[in-house]
Ligand binder design. Structure first.
Ligand SMILES: [Zn+2]
Length: 120
């Protein structure tokens, strides 16, 4: 895949927040989501308009809790895009550049920029 790191490839893969959320779920739960109520891995479905997944029994999980995305009001796709440009730009990306690229406030750009140093 030649265009693995192209913007086009990125937009195709992470075309909206739902897809980004799904991606996070797959990272956090690589072999499926375990339902504490059913006591097994079940089929969770996404709850409409909320970053929450629900088992058929009604048990819900929030994939964003405990992550840097938990309290953000910035669309998940923006974060993913920021991660994308930070990973493809060899010389590094400044917060100012993120602000310009994403069209967000400097405060938001700075918060996204800072996450680089918050990885554990
Ligand atoms: Zn369940």
């Amino acid at each position: 895949m030649k265009d693995k790191f192209s913007l086009g490839g990125f937009l195709k893969k992470y075309r909206n927040d739902e897809v980004c959320l799904e991606y996070l779920v797959k990272i956090k739960h690589p072999s499926g989501i375990f339902c504490k109520k059913c006591q097994k891995i079940t089929n969770f479905t996404k709850v409409k308009d909320r970053p929450v997944y629900q088992c058929s029994c009604g048990y819900q999980i929030s994939p964003l809790s405990g992550t840097i995305f938990e309290k953000t009001t910035t669309p998940l796709q923006y974060w993913f895009y920021a991660i994308f440009i930070m990973s493809v730009t060899r010389s590094g990306v400044s917060a100012k550049q993120l602000q310009r690229e994403l069209g967000v406030t400097y405060k938001t750009a700075w918060r996204i920029f800072k996450m680089k140093y918050q990885r554990k």
